[in-house]
Design a protein around this ligand. Structure first.
Ligand code: HAM
Length: 420
């Protein structure tokens, strides 16, 4: 028989790791709701064209990384590589623009990219995503940034710092792209082949190139911040002022351009050590033109997505302790068929009374059942034998205190409810 393995770039999250996930999701949901975000769920797959138009043909995500397929009805569909395009589609399709603005929306779920797997980089990964739609005030930018900052800080991350840049708007971008290209044309003999192509298809991406030969050219490239129009410069200045006010540290990174085409004005990331190659634990920015690109009304927007696998890697690296999930606290051991029936009845009654309980299965000696109770880490073991049944009592062993008492069967559920 063939032995199956999980597909390359995917993960199994085993029971013993679930408490990390549970803790991070709970923190994220709590912070989002504290800041007035409401949950939205969108499909795991969408029309391929939505991502091609939204994220942009020419980006790595669209050109190389999409899980695109044709379904049996001939529809061109793609497993979502991110949330933003789907959330903006849902905003337009469901008329959320007529509700009070801005709409503040958060989502959780699996996302898919045919990426080159390595530490912190998977083909199926999980995003916590937040978007503020219908607001251009830089307060909205700061709100999503503060939210992810507080998430990391609360999870034990240290030395946090945003990488921050502006990628302007359709008014100022052509002017910047022109000077950037002029700079690159002077170095055509030096730069890598990818950058020669990028110069035509998505020129800002040359700033993100990792090839050694391109580094001196990037270092000498003009900075977008020097070419912003008045509106974009004012937005950026106010954003910096607000970040200072709220004491959220940032570094201006002139090379930060992000891999998705919809960004305007603000772009940011948070980087963390401990994931192998330096990688972003979150990334986001403003996308004031996206709704129109998707056929909707002009709607400014800003948001961020956090990769949860990367967060958990860093937490493990930092040795952050997370409370373990409560398992069963009561174990029922039994000897003989009558005691087994009574154990099953009690098990049912305990669970109906909200007490997490477990009983030994099969017919085994007491020693083996106690060994199992020990491994499961329960607090109380209830021992039911023929003597106990005849006297209408159960022996209750407190595994932590090492003590043993008899409790009337009729009072047992109440007795345990008070103690676990
Ligand atoms: P992104 O930078 O492409 O932005 O992804 C956001 C985060 O998802 C990354 O910072 C990283 O933590 C995680 N991530 C991305 N690719 C992988 C991967 N292959 N394996 C593991 N984690 C990964 C977006 O997706 C935008 N939609 C963010 C946004 C929301 N912008 C505005 N609103």
């Amino acid at each position: 028989m063939p032995r199956f393995q999980r597909p390359t770039g995917t993960l199994d999250t085993l029971p013993e790791d679930q408490h990390y996930w549970d803790h991070v999701r709970r923190r994220a949901r709590h912070l989002a709701e504290l800041a007035g975000f409401e949950r939205i769920d969108v499909p795991v797959f969408e029309a391929t064209q939505l991502f091609a138009r939204g994220i942009g043909a020419g980006t790595d995500v669209v050109d190389k990384e999409m899980y695109a397929f044709t379904d049996k009805g001939g529809h061109q569909l793609t497993l979502r590589p991110e949330f933003t395009a789907g959330v903006v589609r849902a905003y337009i399709e469901n008329g959320l623009q007529v509700r009070p603005q801005p709409q503040k929306l958060y989502s959780f779920g699996p996302t898919f990219r045919y990426d080159r797997p390595q530490a912190g980089r998977y083909r199926q990964f999980t995003q916590f995503n937040v978007e503020i739609l219908g607001e251009q005030d830089p307060v909205a930018d700061v709100e999503v940034m503060a939210l992810v900052w507080d998430l990391y800080a609360g999870l034990g991350f240290q030395d946090l710092e945003f990488q921050l840049n502006s990628t302007g708007c359709p008014r100022c971008r052509p002017g910047y792209v022109k000077v950037l290209k002029e700079h690159y044309v002077r170095h055509l003999d030096v730069i890598c082949e990818d950058c020669q192509r990028r110069l035509e298809r998505s020129p800002l991406r040359v700033l993100d190139c990792k090839a050694d030969q391109c580094q001196p050219v990037i270092a000498g490239a003009p900075h977008f911040l020097d070419y912003l129009c008045d509106e974009c410069a004012a937005h950026f200045g106010t954003l910096r002022d607000y970040l200072d006010l709220l004491d959220r540290q940032y570094t201006i990174n002139h090379r930060l351009v992000r891999g998705l085409d919809y960004y305007t004005k603000t772009v940011f990331e948070v980087w963390a050590a401990g994931i192998g190659a330096q990688a972003a634990v979150c990334g986001g920015g403003r996308y004031d033109g996206l709704a129109e690109r998707l056929g909707g009304p002009p709607t400014p927007g800003v948001g961020v997505a956090v990769g949860l696998e990367r967060i958990i890697l860093v937490m493990e690296d930092l040795g952050v302790e997370v409370p373990s999930l409560p398992g069963p606290r009561v174990f029922l051991a039994h000897l003989g068929p009558l005691a087994k029936r009574e154990a099953l009845r009690l098990l049912d009654e305990l669970r109906r009374s909200d007490v997490a309980a477990w009983m030994a299965l099969g017919e085994r000696g007491l020693r083996s059942q106690l060994r199992e109770a020990g491994k499961r880490g329960v607090r109380h073991v209830i021992i039911l034998g023929e003597d106990e049944l005849q006297n209408g009592v159960a022996t209750v062993r407190d595994m932590e205190a090492g003590e043993q008492v008899n409790v009337q069967l009729a009072e047992l559920v109440g007795w345990l409810s008070d103690r676990v």
